[in-house]
Design a protein around this ligand. Sequence first.
Ligand SMILES: NC(=O)c1ccc[n+]([C@@H]2O[C@H](COP(=O)([O-])OP(=O)(O)OC[C@H]3O[C@@H](n4cnc5c(N)ncnc54)[C@H](OP(=O)(O)O)[C@@H]3O)[C@@H](O)[C@H]2O)c1
Length: 275
Amino acid sequence: MSERPYVTLSCAMSIDGYLDSAEPQRLAMSNAEDLDRVDEVRARSDAIMVGASTVRRDDPRLLVRDTVRRARRLSYGRPESPTKVTVTASGELSPDAAFFTTGEAPRLVYTPAAVAPALRARLGGLATVVGLGECVTMAALLDDLGARGVRRLMVEGGGRVLTQFLEADLVDELQLVVAPFFVGEAGAPRVVGPGCFPWTAARRARLAETRRIGDVVLLRYSLSARCDALDGAAPESAADATAAEPEPSAVAAVRSAAAPAPRTTDAAGRPDTGT
Ligand SMILES: NC(=O)c1ccc[n+]([C@@H]2O[C@H](COP(=O)([O-])OP(=O)(O)OC[C@H]3O[C@@H](n4cnc5c(N)ncnc54)[C@H](OP(=O)(O)O)[C@@H]3O)[C@@H](O)[C@H]2O)c1
């Protein structure tokens, strides 16, 4: 069986832990500098994933924006932007969504096997629809992506998708950006829902890096031995976040040496903020 992809969760939240407001229009969480960082992370990924609600609500393009990064990917023989991935149980995805109509990269839609035929008919040749059993689990989805050659997956949200990856302990790295404001609306989506998460007060995640980016802050957590290895951190030091925090330049060097071919970073605004 192929190795599961290295999974990076990337999202931006308000101080009070919301991904968005409950208003119809999308709420910009991040800033331009951070969105550029997120673009770099995208450019280093083989695939980018969002949930179907995010596709419907935000209509993200999920493309690498920077021309130099796109050219770098092409020089490595890759598409300009990573494969786009989404998941739906309802099958309610419009073929007119930017997810399907922009860019040249392959698109994958995971759905329960029973829903797949109708969704295939609806989307025509716009995407590969993969039916995965009675209901889709993130573990099965990752196995399938691994078999398709995806080595690095970036998951940009929303909350229901993030919750499932985290609960199932399938995440290597969490890149969480905190925006300097509150949302405070009960109906707004939270960064994660209630769940049984592997990291508790008794089993703390390792804080790998903090970085101020203009008016937001990036918190990078290592959630796996693979991430620890990339950071050059000893697993036994994971409980001591301060001692384990690596030198940022050393982290960059190790990550750059260890990660697959075309590299760039990106991590947090919304899936695509208007691009
Ligand atoms: N701030 C950020 O960084 C950021 C990033 C991304 C998104 N967002 C925001 O997050 C909000 C959306 O988050 P959300 O939690 O409501 O939704 P979501 O996670 O984007 O998508 C949830 C949907 O994905 C499908 N899905 C999830 N798990 C599935 C599974 N195991 N099997 C089959 N289908 C599955 C279902 O689609 P169906 O309903 O079609 O069955 C489900 O309703 C939006 O407001 C968006 O703007 C913010």
